[in-house]
Design a protein around this ligand. Structure first.
Ligand code: IPD
Ligand code: CA
Ligand code: CA
Length: 307
């Protein structure tokens, strides 16, 4: 292993000091484990919810539990997918700490290398059979994302970025496209992806912000996967994304993919410094200034507490 294998030996280490080979190796592993988890999720959906399960009763059929609120689901496949990721990482990078949505880990910034995993981002879509859910795998160094991989499970697209080296999308047939944000400059023409937390109090405030924003932009999209929202800023499928209260596993990979495609990106600081409910923002570069001014005027750059 290279210099990133024992980061605690040098707490001042950061991504600029990681050997190119090490970054490439970490990116290869991230792509490998995310692809394996995506294959697992793809295969398991018909097994768990029944062949062709879509729409009406799909959500009622499978084994589902809830987490933070009754509307925050976790399926057996979320747990399995994280286990697929953790098992492979234990083989490939046994010394690296992991933060995963289902398996836990520290949510504070940690020194050195850390893997940040969302085994299924877009679980409600997965449950209902809406084809917008993803595996998100990031490598952070000292709390900063240096590798990001998001696999759109249904569309079989692998989004990938390495800090300083750009972002790409790879199709199932192996075609690789370089990702670049849209060349938009007028906020009034911006297509904006956003999302809402699972708790009612934060949602009420988020709803008020959206009500004021909607007349001032082209339109709003609520796709249901923050990781895919961020990749869509990167690919130009939307022009902007913002959401309050995301967790590190939601944004760690997608924010780097957006940034490497040219987006202006703001990610929450560790909870100990910024408190919970902070905004994650990704903007096509031509609308950065005006969109931030608009969010600021709506109070949307401030955190929204959960209660
Ligand atoms: C959720 C999705 C959703 C966002 C929520 C997230 P999950 O993640 O990213 O788009 O609006 O805030 O919690 O629960 O599907 O992993
Ligand atoms: Ca998530
Ligand atoms: Ca999840």
């Amino acid at each position: 292993m290279g210099s990133v294998s024992n980061p605690s030996q040098d707490s001042a280490q950061n991504f600029t000091e990681i050997a190119r080979d090490d970054l490439s190796e970490l990116a290869d592993i991230a792509r490998e484990v995310a692809t394996a988890a995506a294959a697992h999720v793809r295969a398991r959906r018909p097994e768990v919810f029944g062949p062709g399960a879509q729409g009406e009763n799909a959500a009622a059929r499978g084994p589902v539990e809830t987490k933070s609120t009754p509307t925050d689901p976790v399926t057996v496949v979320d747990t399995e997918a994280e286990q697929v990721l953790r098992t492979l990482l234990a083989e490939r990078r046994p010394a690296d700490p992991i933060l995963g949505e289902e398996g836990g880990g520290s949510t504070e910034s940690v020194e050195g290398v850390r893997w940040v995993l969302d085994p299924i981002d877009g679980t409600v879509n997965f449950l209902y059979g809406i084809p917008a859910y993803a595996i998100s795998v990031a490598v952070q160094v000292d709390g900063v994302s240096v590798v990001g991989v998001v696999v759109d499970v249904a569309r079989e697209i692998l989004y990938s970025a390495v800090r300083g080296r750009g972002a790409t999308a790879t199709s199932a047939s192996g075609d690789v496209a370089t990702l670049t944000c849209n060349p938009i400059s007028d906020v009034a023409l911006a297509l904006v992806a956003t999302g809402f937390g699972y708790g009612s109090a934060r949602r009420a405030t988020q709803g008020k912000i959206i009500a004021e924003l909607l007349p001032q932009v082209r339109d709003i999209r609520r796709i249901g996967s923050a990781a895919l929202d961020l990749c869509m800023v990167a690919s130009g499928a939307v022009d902007a994304h913002f959401e309050h209260g995301l967790s590190p596993w939601d944004w760690a990979a997608g924010s780097l993919i957006a940034e490497e495609a040219g987006a202006a990106v703001i990610v929450p600081k560790p909870m100990s410094t910024s408190g919970e409910g902070a905004a994650t923002v990704a903007l096509a570069p031509g609308i950065e200034e005006d969109f931030l001014r608009l969010l600021d005027a709506l109070g949307a750059l401030d955190p929204i507490p959960a209660d």
